[in-house]
Design a protein around this ligand. Structure first.
Ligand code: SF4
Length: 347
């Protein structure tokens, strides 16, 4: 289907919706409804349980707010230096370049900010943030995030990168975007030339690919353009119920990413974001999937499973404990197959 969906009304007219989708009213903290024509073309219209559809078709479940859910689960507002700059970890900051995305993911953890239609950061906001980063030498990395960074025009992007580079030439810049899979046609020569122009320090491409089918010919080509000019690509997957909460899917995704030179970096346990409980995977199930996946894929293909703790508690790894006991001068460690091995203390 070669159309772009820009409203729920249009979605209703274009698709046969399920009862839960039909009942969506756009209530509580809702994100806008927008689905790119490229992403739509990957969805199987005849499958109401399609894992790509689940990420972008709203349902009435979004209007349910569970206990312990928050509109800002990572307490980004408490760690904000300016309206756009978040400084939560000592060595890195996140700059919220825009609240606009070409497509809105129903699991978005930043829904307090995303899709409010405020638009790109103004020049003064960019200068203010760059000044801060330049004055804080402990900051070695910046995440240019949003919203989606690549919704900025090329001239807006050029100004932003130039301003940060002038104040902090050795800052590592993470290009955080889903547009390589939502609108791969955006990755054109003029855009890429901006990164080449300001390469006094490394750029990294950070993508969010949640299901192997998102990695189609067009998106692989788009990501390859970054890699071919020396920008490594890393992927962050969000664990989502009915989308990728199985070892088989995670295995296929990890291997497909690695084969296409994209490092599987993180798999995130769903944050406690208001209105997303229907997409959240039980923590115990996530840990079981991590354990099984570790047996199946190589070290290179294995992402780190992590959780961003509520109320700004930071990131912690999610893994089973293999170091079982310390007896006398020996440690008892379990193999991935459940056998035991001993390892002595060293003095
Ligand atoms: S692309 Fe990112 S910021 Fe935009 S809706 Fe999806 S998860 Fe949220």
């Amino acid at each position: 289907m070669n159309v772009k969906i820009t409203s729920f009304e249009q979605l209703k007219k274009s698709f046969k919706l399920t009862k839960e989708e039909e009942a969506y009213s756009g209530g509580n903290n809702s994100l806008p409804v927008s689905i790119t024509s490229h992403f739509l073309s990957l969805i199987d219209e005849n499958d109401s349980g399609d894992p790509l559809r689940k990420q972008v078709f709203p349902t009435v479940n979004e209007e349910v707010e569970e206990a312990m859910e928050y509109i800002d689960p990572l307490a980004e507002v408490d760690h904000s230096i300016t309206s756009r700059l978040v400084h939560r970890y000592k060595s890195r900051v996140a700059f919220l370049t825009t609240d606009i995305c070409p497509m809105y993911c129903r699991h978005c953890f930043r829904r307090r900010f995303t899709g409010n239609m405020v638009g790109p950061a103004k020049k003064d906001e960019i200068r203010e943030a760059a000044e801060y980063v330049g004055n804080h030498k402990e900051v070695t990395e910046i995440l240019l995030t949003g919203g989606d960074l690549l919704t900025l025009s090329n001239s807006q992007l050029d100004f932003m990168i130039k301003t940060f580079r002038e104040k902090a030439p050795s800052l590592i810049i993470r290009i955080c975007t889903r547009m390589v899979i939502t609108a791969p046609e955006r990755i054109e020569e003029e855009l890429l030339s901006i990164f080449m122009k300001y390469n006094s320090a490394p750029f990294y491409l950070l993508t969010q690919i949640n299901h192997p089918r998102e990695l189609c010919k067009e998106s692989i080509e788009a990501i390859s353009k970054f890699i071919n000019m020396g920008i490594p690509a890393m992927n962050q997957t969000v664990m989502l119920k009915g989308v990728n909460d199985s070892v088989d899917i995670q295995e296929e995704l990890a291997n497909k990413l690695l084969f296409n030179r994209i490092k599987p970096y993180y798999v995130f346990q769903g944050d406690l974001v208001s209105g997303t409980s229907h997409l959240r995977v039980n923590l115990g199930d996530t840990i079981k999937i991590e354990k099984e996946l570790r047996k199946r894929v190589s070290g290179l293909a294995m992402p780190a499973f992590v959780m961003d703790l509520p109320q700004g508690g930071g990131k912690v790894p999610l893994t089973d404990c293999y170091v079982k006991e310390h007896i006398g001068k020996k440690w008892i460690i379990e193999t991935l197959d459940g056998e035991k091995r001993e390892y002595p203390d060293t003095y």
